[in-house]
Design a protein around this ligand. Sequence first.
Ligand code: GLN
Length: 578
Amino acid sequence: MPKHIFVTGGVASSLGKGLTASSLGRLLKLRGLRVTLQKLDPYINVDPGTMNPYEHGEVFVTDDGGETDLDLGHYERFIDENLTRDSNATTGSIYQSVLAAERRGDYLGKTVQVIPHITDEIKRRIHRVATDDVDVVITEVGGTVGDIEILPFLEAIRQFRKDAGRDNVAYIHVTLVPFIGPSSEQKTKPTQHSVTELRSRGIQPDLIVCRSEAPINEDLKNKISNLCDVPDNAVINAADARNIYELPLILHDEGLDTVALDVLRMEGHDIDLTYWQQLVDRVEASTLPVRIGLIGKYVQLPDAYLSVVEALKHAGFHHGARVEIDWIQAEDVEGLLASDRLRHLDAIVIPGGFGSRGFEGKIAAARFAREEGVPCLGLCLGLHAMTSEFARNVLGLPGASSSEMDPSTKYPVIDLMHDQRDITDMGGTMRLGAYYAVLEPGSKVATAYGEPVVSERHRHRYEFNPKFRTRFEEAGLLCSGTSPDKRLVEFIELTDHPYWVATQAHPEFKSRPDRAHPLFRDLVGAALAHRDATPPGLRRMLDEAATEAADAPRSVVAEAAATSDAASGNPGAGDGSP
Ligand code: GLN
């Protein structure tokens, strides 16, 4: 039977519970253990798929088509295992199961209650991922102790130790030790309060992970140990790291995995850190600057593009390059302004998204990249923008667009492939999860992947319209990857351009820090070549222009858009972001 580690958080949200859980997962894996991770989210949405990225950040898609919390992306990147939709459960999905059972009459006329019915369902979700092929299940509980919504989860994990046996369960509580400026002191009080709150729910943590800006000293650790009743060595300090991939090493030095295994009576699994240390060395040696513009519509919240950013960084690690991202609000790129805003970039990424806001800016960026020979990678909606641009300016089809953006366009070069008009439930109505594609031998994508058949994850409703395919190909746009039945175009590229590639999929979800995704790897490779080809004098001017652009006040349009996106709910885009 697998052992269980539960990770809760206190004091403040966004403390990096997910990264702590992920790092611990990696450390246990480096000890030869088989590990899986899971996130329990106390919010009531059935999954984050219908949530606005400004609310929740990126929606991470699993192979089996689960629309899940972005922490699952960290889990996959750190433990290098593909997870499933079962690795994320929300209050909404738990109630949905319980209510369906109630309607079927499964409760035989009993009163259905939070305890035991909801808590039992939570425990069932935890058991579901505790299969025979894992040794340790790490379950992160979203939110912070003290939240009303978290109570059933705390009760369920409290009961879990009673059910599974003391030595089979460990509790880790992640808190904040803030630095109070005027008194120049790090404060333990919030940690004490948070642990008191957790205890009032019947959970005594076995380990406390203290997040802090600067390292905390032994005296402070002793104080926390005494007041929170955990052994000295179970107070783990996670001071701010230079990069997230360094965290497993820091936490190991602090004893996190050693103490956790002690609690679980799992001593005797030696660790070999060589592989991870080499990765961190590579990350630190990645200093060659390369500037990549990300043309998005949710750029105020970089978490909305978390996996894209990580994939770009991984590609940088591969080349020894430090990727600097220029967050470009798509609306700022429209029309004649495009060249001014983009001139200093070494490469461009046009990421996914929903709804028409900013689409014209993405088209302008696609045009600039194509005409100026700037490396460009389009992801999902990015493919839609690059296809529409090519149709308008090369094929000469005025107003060509995606029917998502312009339902009355004469040239719907991107269109719905299935009739979705009758759909009223906005959850899960997209092409979701992993699909195979067959690549055109000799194409850029086939060379990048080095394989003839690849699998990537999808999340979209609209597709390349095959009715226009011949016209595109005659004009030099290569459909370099299609679905195995050849009906759907999955990859496009230009042969006579250094790197102008787009995919209908979201390859960013499969990139790993030690195995950069081939499309991102080659984008950054092309970006470095583009940079090298720029004469030094011009490069200096462009660098100065870039600094000015970075210092420029934030776009007013973008601020207004952020507010209206957040307020406008979900009128049908599928992610609540018109
Ligand atoms: N909005 C587009 C669609 O639904 C693209 C989605 C995406 O970029 N993930 O097809």
